[in-house]
Unconditional design. Sequence first.
Length: 726
Amino acid sequence: MQNQDSLLTGLNNKQLEAVTLPHQSALILAGAGSGKTRVLTTRIAWLIQTGQISPMGLMAVTFTNKAAKEMLTRLTAMLPINTRGMWAGTFHGLCNRLLRAHHREAGLPSTFQILDTADQLSSIKRLMKLMNVDDEKYAPKQVQGYINSCKEEGLRPNKVDAYDGHSQKLREIYEEYDKQCNREGVADFAELLLRCYELLSRDDRIRTHYQSRFQYILVDEFQDTNRLQYLWLKLLAGTNNCLFAVGDDDQSIYGFRGARVGNMRDFETDFNVQNIVKLEENYRSHSNILDAANAIISHNKNRLGKNLWTSSGAGEPVRIYEAYNDNDEAQFIVDEVKMLQSEGTPLADMALLYRSNAQSRVLEHALFSANLPYRVYGGLRFFERAEVKHALAYMRLMANANDDTALLRVINFPARGIGSRSLEQLQEGARQNDCSLWQAALNKVGNGKAGGKGLDGFVALIREMTDQAYGITLAEVAELATTFSGLKAHYENDKDGEDRIENLEELVTAAVAFTNQAFGNHNNVDGDTEQDLMTQFLTHASLEAGDHQATIGYDALQLMTVHASKGLEFKAVFISGLEEGLCPHENSLSENNGLEEERRLMYVAVTRARQRLYLSHAQSRMLHGQVRYGIPSRFLDEIPEALLKRLNSKSMARSGSNYAESYAAPVAKNTNNYPYKIGQGVRHNKFGEGVVVSYEGNAANLVIKINFGNNGLKTLAMEYAKLEKI
């Protein structure tokens, strides 16, 4: 009894209730920072210690191996037991274990191998080649996403609906892929769960055995389960076993991965749940932060409902900063980070969050310029991202086609049928003639064949891009590298390509910013020096992709998307880019329940902060190479004014900030003071006749945009443009 008391010491009333529930299924609504891991682990320890179950008679399901290891480590510290034989792990890990034990019944060889994501994609590509499927019309990654989505819905090819030629072809590929995997004795991740579910469904003996064995099934992060995972749990639990589900419907943010927040409602009905225990006491944040989070999430409908609270006091108000533009916002964050650091807060205890990866570029540049070490958590810095490096490689080839490293990176990306054998021959030709790979390619195919495939097509493409790059702006060169190269089209066919496309568009923005900074410094003035500007930009990209990201173990500011921040906490949190279209993301407005998931994302972001929370937005922001005027996010309006501290008055740029006069300064509303009106016809000695489209910048650093028809849209420094009215 004394041991039991020590096990339960320190639990609050609701935690104690959850841990000591009788033999019944239960839903534990565990709010952010409410101690859910402790409750889950203590529940297991209490069941074992009180003799209600042996370690072998329960199953614990997590979403990551890290969470499973942490649970077992804590459990070992609580009880003197050997956890080695316990069934604790991820859905995929547990299904793999069951299938290994019953491989014959599952129709698998005893030595079946598991295809990871990359292996699965390679397998699909190989199959599509054998089937003569056009990989431009049916992008392999899109096919991979389709197959996995079908499996996660529990659907084999014969159960999938196909309404037109496109969906029929996808179903055909799925059917042939299934046959290929069976022939080779392999299983992808989605197959592990589906095969296991099918085995338990059809084999009464095996199902009864595991239902008798696992009287208690405990599930972490239940809100993240997809349809098939829930059906698998339901099958294992049967009618007599207890499912102890711990989750938070307000933190369900993985709808794009197939997570169904509705599983929590279904569980309540299917298992006749009598007890919903709400863990609402938060041990992480001060009440001003929690009250802000509660106010935001209360606007969502169909919640199971809970309200976080804390006994740690109100703490500091939530700070809001309205920036003039995105550079001003980034500089404000840098200044605040420095101030907090000088007051003793380690950089590692501060986090800078953003809704999408592309937003990090401006922030990274400001941190780099301020010599502040940072680490991109769960991802790569902007100029290190694969799609950005691909585009930069095309730009490098436009600047210098003899750059072998750049050529090797993109010679077959997007795929154009240049295989390893062709590359070996090209490299051998370069060695024999002591020349670059590009020169070897010219020796082999001449000028190439426009629109062709293979080496012919690549040579023609680079020559055409190089010709088009002459005399145009750096931003247009970047646009050429992202679109004419086929990169954007490639990622548009990728199920997960949205972020990559945003990063490619942000590269164009980076080029605009770099150009205007160069104009401001009077380093470059016109198309004549555009090639020099491109070289400088490529050097700038290489430097910012250098070694400034802090080594793991050193103090560094943490940068991450809101999705990556889930489960983490920091003393101070900055949430940037809080404008309509960014957060909530514009795509969410057209999706079913998309806005509610965006609001859950905001809730997750806010509840990462322990003591200090900064929310920032910008009046204007450079997106996709164009200035966009921002409307503050609706989520800001949902926070009671009493909780807020506005750091600057509305519609005011930060006093003394030279960033408020940087590249993204808004277009002047009154252009009467400028020499050419919007719509005015002008003539340039190089680009010919054009029409004035807009102005950007201020009087000392004015930039004019002109549409020169066949010569395209040009951005020129007013001081050096030398225009003539027509």
